[in-house]
Write a protein that binds this ligand. Structure first.
Ligand code: PLP
Length: 426
């Protein structure tokens, strides 16, 4: 029987046929190839099931003492506790907000009260604006000096070694992406955090929006203070999860109503929770559980069981995604009139299948339009990484073509993407 394996199988492959049955939308439009997942992924069936159940059966105010309300509260708690366990954090360290841009904006208001003229902050030009603008604006307002950790202007890569020269005893925060939504190379978060700790007493905040669709990390192993990502790119509802280490949470100014400060999960949330959406965050974990069970059997029940599960899923997904990305990277690297951004291969196991390139003889818009006419759903533009695109010497008005894949894409689809690329690029 396909998909039932022993847990010690080392050469196991992702069962792509199984994966594709878990997403209704993949069956919806035969022939169409969706490769814009970095903008927002397809939603797993399990997520839709939780959302539908919540909206059709428990759409009341949760946490009251009648049965429907109790059920609604249990559904929300299942999502909160489940995600806390998956990330190896406490539920009190988890903020669920409407988007990562909103979460970082609120976080900026919160850290701002502790910032003073003469303080310093490090931001990158590799980030999506969600992990840049809010901090830069707050710094300007508070008289804080911004130091930019800049990418290599050709490859778009960040060199961790350059951080040492930027950190001082005045550095209060360092912000960087786990992975850029354009460059697709994974930044070594633990190594970077260790550098920060060695050279300063600064706090570290990481934007993982472009990385989480490929791996859910054990956050305590990264040594960071804050971390955020958007579940609508991780097969889930339009919600963002933000972790802030409990050791610093209460040193930050609360952004909730004054009478809610007794609830740490509301500390950084000025809004009321979106009940059905919060509950349906659990559906993403239901999907990961189904994926794990299909390949490895029941998940381990030990204290570290969630992390073992996520690591094993990551191995399956990374191997599959690398094999999807390689031929596309190869094609673009060898194409004459193309500038490929980021690493040209996946050999170092640090490249997600988010592939951006700049056509040299055509506009990005022209190439993406040709690809779309061939039923390949890629995109073009600056993808809100406006500073990065500009500093790579590319006109942000036109930007790059981005092909962003997820583990539900197949080798057959990659074959068709290659044919489309060949026809679209002059
Ligand atoms: C790397 C990265 N960070 C942050 C964001 C912003 O996320 P949200 O749309 O949830 O505000 C995005 C969205 O595309 C992104 O790609």
């Amino acid at each position: 029987m396909r998909g039932v394996f022993h847990t010690d199988d080392t050469d196991m492959k992702l069962d792509i046929d199984f994966v594709r049955t878990q997403f209704y939308q993949l069956q919806d439009e035969p022939g169409f190839i969706f490769c814009s997942s970095a903008g927002g992924s397809y939603v797993a069936n399990q997520v839709n099931a939780v959302m539908e159940h919540y909206n059709t059966h428990t759409r009341v105010q949760p946490y009251e003492r009648y049965s429907t309300s109790r059920e609604a509260g249990v559904a929300m708690d299942r999502a909160i506790d489940g995600w806390a366990a998956a990330l190896n954090i406490s539920p009190s360290e988890l903020t669920i907000g409407p988007s990562t841009s909103m979460n970082t904006y609120v976080m900026a208001q919160s850290i701002g009260t502790n910032l003073h003229p003469g303080d310093e902050m490090i931001v990158t030009n590799q980030d999506h604006e969600a992990n840049s603008g809010a901090w830069r604006r707050k710094a300007e307002e508070k008289g804080v000096k911004i130091r930019q950790w800049s990418v290599d202007a050709q490859s778009g890569l960040l060199d961790p070694g350059q951080l040492d020269g930027l950190l001082t005893e005045k550095t209060k925060w360092v912000f960087f992406p786990h992975c850029s939504n354009i460059v697709g190379t994974v930044n070594p978060v633990r190594e970077i955090t260790d550098r920060v700790r060695r050279n300063s007493s600064a706090r570290v905040f990481v934007d993982a929006v472009a990385y989480a669709p490929h791996h859910i990390c054990n956050l305590k192993s990264l040594g960071i203070d804050g971390y955020a990502f958007s579940l609508y790119k991780v097969y889930g509802p339009h919600q963002s999860l933000m972790y802030v280490n409990r050791d610093i949470l209460h040193t930050l100014a609360p952004q909730c109503h004054y009478f809610n400060t007794g609830h740490p999960r509301q500390w950084l949330n000025p809004a009321g929770p979106q009940h059905a959406e919060v509950a349906s965050c659990a559906g993403v974990l239901d999907y990961f559980n189904a994926l794990y069970r299909h390949h490895h059997g029941e998940a381990p029940r030990s204290a570290t069981g969630h992390q073992v599960q996520m690591e094993r899923l990551h191995e399956l997904i990374r191997e599959h995604e690398s094999r999807l990305a390689e031929p596309i990277l190869d094609f673009l690297d060898n194409a004459t009139h193309v500038r490929l951004i980021g690493k040209t291969h996946t050999r170092d196991n640090d490249r997600v299948p988010t592939i951006s390139f700049r056509p040299l003889k055509q506009s990005a818009r022209e190439v993406s339009s040709k690809m779309q006419a061939l039923n390949v759903g890629c995109e073009s533009g600056h993808f809100y990484a406006h500073r990065l695109i500009t500093d790579l010497g590319i006109d942000p008005e036109d930007g790059v073509v981005r092909i962003s894949l997820a583990h539900y894409n197949s080798h057959e689809e990659v074959e068709k993407i290659l044919v489309a690329l060949d026809r679209a690029i002059d």
